[in-house]
Ligand binder design. Sequence first.
Ligand code: ARG
Length: 603
Amino acid sequence: LVLATKTQSITTMATREECMGSVKAQLAKIFEASLKVTVPNEPDVEPLIAACTGKFGDYQCNNAMGLWSKIKGKGTQFRGPPAVGEAIKNNLPTSEMIESCSVAGPGFVNVVLSKNWMAKSIQKMLIEGIDTWAPMPPVKTAVVDFSSPNIAKEMHVGHLRSTIIGDTLARMLEFSKVKVLRRNHVGDWGTQFGMLIEFLFEKFPNFEDATETAIGDLQAFYKASKLRFDSDPAFKERAQQAVVRLQGGEEKYRRAWAQICEISRTEFHKVYQRLGVHLEEKGESFYNPYIPGVIEGLTKQGLVEESQGARVIFIEGVNIPLIVVKSDGGFNYASTDLTALWYRLNEEKAEWIIYVTDVGQQQHFDMVFKAAKRAGWLPQGDNSYPRASHVGFGLVLGEDGKRFRTRNTEVVRLVDLLDEAKSRSKAALIERGKGEQWTEEEIESTADAVGYGAVKYADLKNNRLTNYTFNFDQMLNDKGNTAVYLLYAHARICSIIRRSGKDIEQLMNKGTLVLEHKDERDLGLHLLQFAEVVEEACTNLLPNVLCDYLYNLSEIFSKFYSNPECKVIGSDKETSRLLLCEATAVVMRKCFNLLGITPIYKI
Ligand code: ARG
């Protein structure tokens, strides 16, 4: 609550005050009131509320046992946890949310939500918009550092994963009214530039005319220059000089560097455009001027030590130190990341800084974060803010169970991959006869949505830490837990509403949603849990939690819709059930939106 007021100043569609918070958060408030009365001598007991897995209720409060162990030695009137639970139940303030409560086992307080309240809440969301269901994380500004490919090197499937996962996390935070700095931390400042620049001069004496077409494939250019570097000592010497001259700011070298970066950028941009991902580049080079100052500060604090000619920071529990100045006096990946972290905290005032890379970089970030804690930039505890989090992910595997590669080339070109996903989904549409029924434009935009959506969803639905196998047939299957199945399910709901011929806006405002049948109530409950699921996905940085929710939503909707007792069109409950269909479609669309997937409205 305190944290919520802190973030008030941000105004987007719905203000903080208009957000009700999740069902869980609302119940927590009610239970908090009861706990204050039940155990007045134990202030600040945090209510523990969870969705029920059993049949006794929708939610449960799990405080009784923990409280009992706290108070039992202190001459309490209670005789064990069930009595504590009983008292928590009896002290609950009246609330229209709750239909009934019961105490089970060792003091769990089970809550059955009021159907009336549930129905009203859903209808209210329909009228006021899904934004009112946004969670409220306790930060105003966050950095999401994602995608971040390296200039002149391949942008590989690992970068694709980072792009997809990072974009989703950014979207979830943005939905939660956090200002998100979407940072593309491109590798634009390594020693590889000496070799690239020197090779550029050699190949194209008038290098400024050497446009993208002249250089052609930048990766091939990189390879050729590497070959030259490894085989010719004189070239190597010149390349090493070039790095020094570039870093010294010599004009000609700067221009060549900028040109190489620009060619890469154009390539990266093609992928981002396809995926509909927006990023702001602040590459490694950006932080370079700040490095000496930051290292000096750390040195003054006594954190930087000499070790085998290098300057390093020792980290407790890690046997290798973090090298911040190499023995040749140069800076490295860690110097840049430490400085970038400093910049983000102090200049950009970010309270949460999130890094999305493969798990292989986990130790690097762990050390950078620990160094920042030693320096006092970050608080000691992992649950306080400002906070830095590494979002690691596993490998993308091919059918053979090895690192994903295509047949001919050793690397997979991302653009080709997206092209194939799109052309396959287009072919599927044609096969289903859409060629005759739809306009060319409809086919194209649907193929985009399905193809790119399938690639994104196949990645996001897995727990990000596990490796996953890239398989077009699987991801484009219209059955099972795939984007195709979900997009079609959404389109079907839209067509139910269209077929009714009713004006849904009018129904929203004039009609009444009720949740009588069990299948209606189950669907309603799942809809209401949207806010807490986004909250969980956001807090734990796990997009798959949202995917699971979406898939379950579509299954629960199917159960409702296919039950003859819940007939929609033509039944006497038509208005209410159409509203329930609409609410499902709205929530599904928001899930798609948060996952970076474009919904489709007809199939
Ligand atoms: N360029 C790096 C790579 O391709 C990823 C950078 C991630 N961000 C960072 N701040 N280190 O592996």
